[in-house]
Design a binder for this molecule. Sequence first.
Ligand code: JJW
Length: 447
Amino acid sequence: MAIIKFPDNIKWGAATASYQIEGAAYEDGRGMSIWDTFSHTPGKVQNGDNGDVACDSYHRYEEDIKLMKELGIDMYRFSVSWPRIFPDGRGEVNQKGLAFYHDFVDALLENGIEPMCTLYHWDLPQSLQDIGGWNNREVVDAFADYAKLMFQEFGGKISKWITINEPWCVSFLSNYDGVHAPGNQDLQLAVNISHHLMLAHGKAVIEFRNSGIEGEVGYAPNVEWIEPFSSKQEDIDASNRGMGIFKDWFLDPVIKGRYPDFMINWFSKKGATLTIEDNDLEIISQPIDFLGINFYTGSVGRYKPNEDLLDVEKLDIGYEKTDIGWNIYPEGFYKILAKITEQYGQIPIYITENGACYNDGVENGRVKDEKRIEYLKQHLISIRRSIDTGVNIKGYLTWSLLDNFEWAEGYDKRFGLVHVDFNTLERTKKDSFYWYKQTINNGWFEK
Ligand code: JJW
């Protein structure tokens, strides 16, 4: 048995996102988002689920904050629904939307919980999709205007800001694989959108600095570790592409001010070109204050022509998997953090998402999710090891506080420390909730 102890100044938290928890989809002047459209399109989401009600956190946030307070988190990461603020994405501001987030943030602060606010966690206003979505540079400017308004409104209350969550999901998963809204399958579109997202990020950072408010701004790419199957160069290259589409493609432009040639060349080989306008890279590479990293999984990668976009076959070498089918690979968490630090320096990092899908139900008022506890322990051991080797970890926020709407997977895939009954909306604390509470309280756990 060992004691795994964390530095006193590490911040502990939990994360959620607006469309996944809020519900109240038609209330108080909220406009439609691409996830309303997508989830109401038959065949797009498992069981035909949608976010109309979700966890009903829009109405139950006081109860949720009580849970956070009991859990003892320092920080809560949530996202703002852009179409609650601008029902049409731009133009008229919806005061009721702003009022909701003021009440919510005030309640967090009264309870001593620091808000970390994500501006874009996937619920693009449908009106903006109607003019081409992220493929249209007008949408980039609409995002900068929305960000500016939020900084002005919430300066002095919110000090940690994330511009874009998981740009790979927003571009490739949503516009090449077609798995998430808006569900396109077009590589050129996905490449354009990935660049426009980075531009939107950079413009928001400029707005943040110009606003003069206190605080820190960053963004949150999701990453995976892909271990080469062999020492053959073709396997190493394939694995680097497999990771590159998450890591280098979305980190190089921000931190180094240029896109990685090996990825530009690969996309062009697959028929898509990257078009950059003058000054774009200067805007994108504005200094940021921290990096958010979302990590869940990884795999072994082997070169296989025409297997997928990147010609990398992700092998199953017998990993244990969570209930969403993702490999459990805590070693990969350590490795990707070491690699990011090697490539980009000791930039402050918040782990903005890490957690496990297990679908355990309530039995006699209790949820025995010991596998989630084990997953969290293994990944926190990787964090401990990362800190020891010089990765600048500032905080750890688990995904998620609550079971919620897991996008195309619907409500069946549960990531929460708190169980939600989606018929009654009743919340039940899982065993992992009590374990995390104790870990936060102690600053260590036993393994
Ligand atoms: C990959 C599916 C075929 C969220 C993926 C599907 C098959 C090419 C979880 N992170 O709910 C990745 N999440 O909102 C943000 N992250 O491929 C937060 N990534 O593709 C969580 C889904 C995801 C995915 C899901």
